[in-house]
Design a protein. Sequence first.
Length: 166
Amino acid sequence: MSLAAVSLEELLADFDATAAKWKEFFMANPAATEVPTDIAKVGTVGGLAWHLYMASVVHSQRLLGEPVSNYVATTRVKDITGAWEMHALGSGNLHRFLDQADDAALDEIMQYGSKVAGVIAVTRRKLCMHIFVHAIRHWAQIDPLVRQSGFPVSFPQDILFSEAIR
């Protein structure tokens, strides 16, 4: 039996569309980037956006088999401006990876070390999916933080409303 599925390419398109909406929101509401949060130990919503896109860069480097950058240690300012730079890097890497990946590559098991969970063994497909779910999860945390601080978001965020996914 074959089941309909959402493709990784569609999730990447949604990943990019979501970043564009949030970038526009923060350009119109720059003070919202300073809303405090204790999520991921970053301090502010702008820092949390940086964290979610920094993770996309690091994981996309893993997917491509490239050396992994240590942005946590080397980046002094972890803010919304840096978040958009990280998004551009991560998205570019993900586009390159998906342009060249086939099912065999996606099903390949890779291992890497994690500070939180030790050695992780995962397929490239699962790691790619994790990048998108990680971003969705953090944007879902950011929305009520900024809304409750007086910065209502004017666009729907449920995947049901994504124009990138059929």
